[in-house]
Design a protein around this ligand. Structure first.
Ligand code: UD1
Length: 368
């Protein structure tokens, strides 16, 4: 039977999860359409990912933009309902844990349309994170829960979700990571910005960082402590910080970086290929992102996570990730250890092999 699939995406971390599945489905007889909610709208936060990952342009763009969580979620729900009514898909596929994910899942389930959740079952158990609420609720109302690792299956079983709905398909981010590594090798001009930075600072000679979580950047005191740490590290190390729009706004309001060491480089958000290339060649990565904990683990680059918890514990067990929270003293020591060649090397993580999209198509064809 030929399926009619609607993918719903909205924010930067959704796009690299959509791309491999969209490509895989394009080789089948199934019909697929993409709805972009517009949660992220800057070209460096959205369009560039569609181009670089060769995702076909969205069939619908809801243009919801920014706002409070309630406002954003409500706008997505209102805009989505008439589209789902007209399209009558076999299922809706939602990705990850952003506001667009929960909003789309809610509208669909209320319309009796099956919801497929890619990256189901991750839990930080930290309810101050909006993403944790999105994950938990999306999973409760999903028809098929496609998990990246076995720990996620266990979380879902513990929450009473029946085993026949849960499928460990692996990590789709890694399908995109492999795609990017190949693209960088084949078409280095597409990652020109990163190659220039690597040439300027040297392979494994710079620290790459990203920060955007509300817990790190929305609270003035936390932001000041974090940037005082960056200033200190940049006295002896090159630090590159591609800056998320949320962080830029908070920085402009709260911190004067004009006297920061010249080794501290704030740059615009990068596209996917440039960012992967910078990660691969970094000495280590300091981040509060979820996906970057996974990418560094596969790339074998030490990752220090600026959070007190992670929904991705497998990156601590088998990958290269270490939780730091805001213990910057410890982080100084860790960076020193990396420079001495003493850092976690990481092992292969089961099903993080670039074949997740094809396993997902198999599950969809068996189920529907
Ligand atoms: C969202 C996700 C987060 C993910 C992150 C990746 C939720 C709850 N959070 O957080 O899980 O890690 O995306 O980027 O969905 N803005 C722009 N341009 C844009 C997008 C945002 O300027 O293209 C600004 C807006 O002022 C907005 C702020 O950034 O208020 C935050 O955007 P929002 O989508 O609400 O959350 P993120 O912090 O990006």
């Amino acid at each position: 039977m030929s399926l009619k699939i609607l993918h719903i995406v909205g924010a930067r971390p959704n796009f690299m999860k959509l791309a491999p599945l969209q490509r895989e489905l394009a080789h089948t007889t199934h019909q697929q359409k993409i709805i972009h909610t517009g949660q992220h709208y800057d070209s460096q936060m959205s369009d560039i990912f569609f181009e670089e990952l060769q995702i076909t342009p969205p069939d619908y763009h809801l243009g919801v933009g920014s706002g409070s969580h309630t406002e954003q979620t409500a706008k997505i729900m209102l805009a989505l309902e008439p589209i789902l009514r007209a399209e009558k898909p076999t299922c809706v596929i939602v990705y990850g844990d952003v506001n667009s994910t929960l909003a789309a899942a809610l509208v669909s389930v209320k319309m009796q349309i099956p919801v497929v959740h890619v990256e189901a079952g991750l839990r930080s158990r930290d309810f101050t994170m909006p993403e944790e609420i999105n994950r938990l609720l999306t999973d409760q109302i999903s028809t098929l829960l496609l998990t990246p690792s076995q720990d996620a299956n266990e979380n879902l079983l513990r929450e009473g979700i029946s085993a026949d709905k849960i499928h460990c398909v692996g990590n789709i981010m890694i399908d995109s990571l492999f795609f990017a590594l190949q693209a960088i090798q084949q078409f280095p001009q597409k990652a020109q910005k990163s190659f220039e930075l690597i040439k300027k600072f040297g392979e494994k000679k710079y620290i790459l960082s990203t920060v955007h979580r509300p817990s790190n950047v929305d609270d003035k005191e936390s932001l000041q402590r974090l940037f005082a740490f960056f200033a200190e590290v940049a006295r002896e190390n090159v630090v590159i910080l591609p800056i998320h729009p949320r962080t830029r706004k908070q920085l402009e309001l709260n911190i004067d970086i004009s006297a920061f060491p010249a080794n501290f480089h704030i740059i615009e958000p990068l596209g996917y290929l440039d960012f992967i290339n910078l990660q691969k060649n970094a000495l280590c990565v300091l981040t509060d992102s979820g996906g970057i904990q996974e990418e560094t683990s596969v790339l074998g680059v030490a990752c220090f996570t600026l959070r007190k918890n992670t929904e991705r514990p497998i990156t601590l067990e088998l990958g290269t990730n270490t939780l730091i929270g805001d213990n910057y003293e410890l982080l100084f020591q860790k960076i020193q250890q990396v420079k001495e060649g003493k850092s976690k090397k990481g092992e292969n993580i089961p099903f993080w092999d670039g074949q997740t999209a094809s396993r997902i198509v198999n599950v969809l064809e068996r189920y529907f």
